[in-house]
Design a protein around this ligand. Structure first.
Ligand SMILES: C[S@@+](CC[C@H](N)C(=O)[O-])C[C@H]1O[C@@H](n2cnc3c(N)ncnc32)[C@H](O)[C@@H]1O
Length: 253
């Protein structure tokens, strides 16, 4: 598989190169999401803090983030829990940054979904925020994740419909829910579509607040991209929720 031909590969290389250098983008993330994890999506600090109770505080604890980007979200979880952090992402740029930022008690790998493997029962918690959509065969990937989890481990997923994948009826009809059912995995799903709508509005405000800073850095194109991503926030919520949905899934092995 030539990863450079995969969906959005070049766009993510450019995104993480920008994220590594732009003060305006870091400030935008702090204002929009409550923390700068170089987010490309909807992972605000409240969603990331929902992961903390599932991370054991004693023993040899390992957590994996699928689509970890430059590792800042994992770095935050490590600072709170002292867990050993593992992450993979297809972006070379992002993984290079993650390895430089978090050299201790960490393993960051450049790799493609379906092309990376870990020993069975390696992880206490596996997270994936806004990345599972890129699995060509979601049921097969979920089977692999199930194998990687320790017995009793938790798989925590932030999952949006209406962007990469079309909106379905509810949390039980998504491609992920079907993949979980195929793998006999029980889950709890929380519908956070209303929070996601509020976050879009916050992203729009934050982008506008930092417009001049992006322009001063010569990054007007990134400001335009961030603002364009929030166009949905201009429609009423009732309309928004017919086309978009966001769920947090907590899946136990
Ligand atoms: C929508 S972003 C989410 C990033 C981060 N988890 C967050 O919440 O901000 C998707 C991430 O998945 C990575 N990615 C996309 N397709 C991939 C693939 N086929 N294999 C591995 N990583 C992939 C991208 O580089 C990017 O970091």
């Amino acid at each position: 598989m030539n990863k450079k031909e995969l969906l959005f590969y070049d766009a993510y290389e450019a995104f993480y190169a920008m994220a590594g250098q732009s003060k305006a983008f870091g400030d935008f993330c702090r204002d929009a999401f409550g923390a700068d994890f170089s987010q490309d999506g909807f992972s605000d600090i409240r969603q990331i803090e929902m992961i903390l109770p599932y991370i054991p505080r004693t023993g040899d604890v390992h957590i994996l983030d699928i689509g970890c980007g430059n590792g800042k979200m994992l770095g935050y979880l490590q600072a709170k829990t002292a867990a050993c952090i593992h992450g993979f992402d297809y972006s070379e740029e992002a993984i290079r940054t993650a390895q430089a930022l978090f050299p201790e008690n960490a393993d960051f790998r450049e790799g493609v979904i379906g092309g990376v493997d870990y020993p069975d029962e390696s992880f206490d918690v596996i997270t994936s925020m806004d990345t599972l959509y890129f699995a060509e065969d979601m049921a097969a990937f979920v089977a692999q994740i199930k194998r990687w989890l320790k017995p009793g481990g938790v798989f925590f997923v932030g999952y949006q419909e209406g962007d990469v994948l079309p909106k379905t009826e509810n949390a039980d009809t998504t491609r992920l829910a079907r993949a979980l059912a195929e793998n006999n995995l029980a889950y709890e799903a929380k519908d956070i579509t209303a929070e996601s709508y509020a976050l879009l509005k916050a992203k729009r405000c934050a982008a506008l607040a930092h417009q001049q800073a992006f322009e001063a850095e010569g990054r007007r194109d990134w400001f335009d991209m961030l603002l364009g991503q929030t166009d949905y926030a201009n429609e009423p919520y009732e309309q928004f929720r017919t086309r978009m949905a966001r769920y947090i899934y907590v899946i136990r092995k």
